[in-house]
Design a protein around this ligand. Sequence first.
Ligand code: HEM
Length: 201
Amino acid sequence: MVMAVQQTHAGQQPFEGKETSTQASRLRILYHRARKTTGFTNSTRFSFWLVLSGLWVPFILSAMRHYNYDTSFRNAHIFTGDWYYFRQGIYRVAMRTHLATVLPAGLFAIFQFLPVTQRKYKTFHKVNGYIVSALLIFGNVPAIIMAPVSFGGTASLKVAVGVLAVGTSFGTYKGITTIRRLQLDEHRAWMLRTWGWGKSY
Ligand code: HEM
């Protein structure tokens, strides 16, 4: 980038501030354009969505490399000893099923929290909502199967997995029943809660 900077005799750079403020206003315009496109009327809510999705998407995309199970997943888990369990049998099937369900669910769930899908693309919101909810709940089954060997299979870990599996399933059920009764605020609250819990593991 070419900086339009002119030195004055006093060592000041009169155009540098101007350039910075132009960049800042360009960023501001981009930010507000993105906020409007995604349907947010409130900057704070948009910023929260941006930060949370901004952290979440790279995590999901990076975890998807484990779809190369016998190379990527194996290399990441061989030194921790986890590969001993996850290389074959029921735990292998469980881990592969968990990755195949919760990763796409987590990726596509971010669209559910965009106001534009809630107001403008209602059919997408509905269909995508049922798909990601089903994937999340289905992903709980292999999670329960893996609990006895996950992170050492301690009692606290098993309790955590059980609580999360019940919590996310119940939260999804509440999210669906509330929207069927047209209780929008309750629906939003239950879905935010459920995905917050789901992402916590
Ligand atoms: C959207 C939600 C979720 C995502 C994106 C997700 C993602 C993942 C990923 C990427 C792994 C492999 C981690 C590794 O490299 O070792 C994993 C493992 C696991 N997940 Fe999930 N998960 C989600 C929800 C849940 C929930 C709700 C539970 C509990 C009910 C759960 C329980 C487990 C268990 C027990 C393991 C095995 C961990 C290990 O021993 O390495 N996950 N999950």
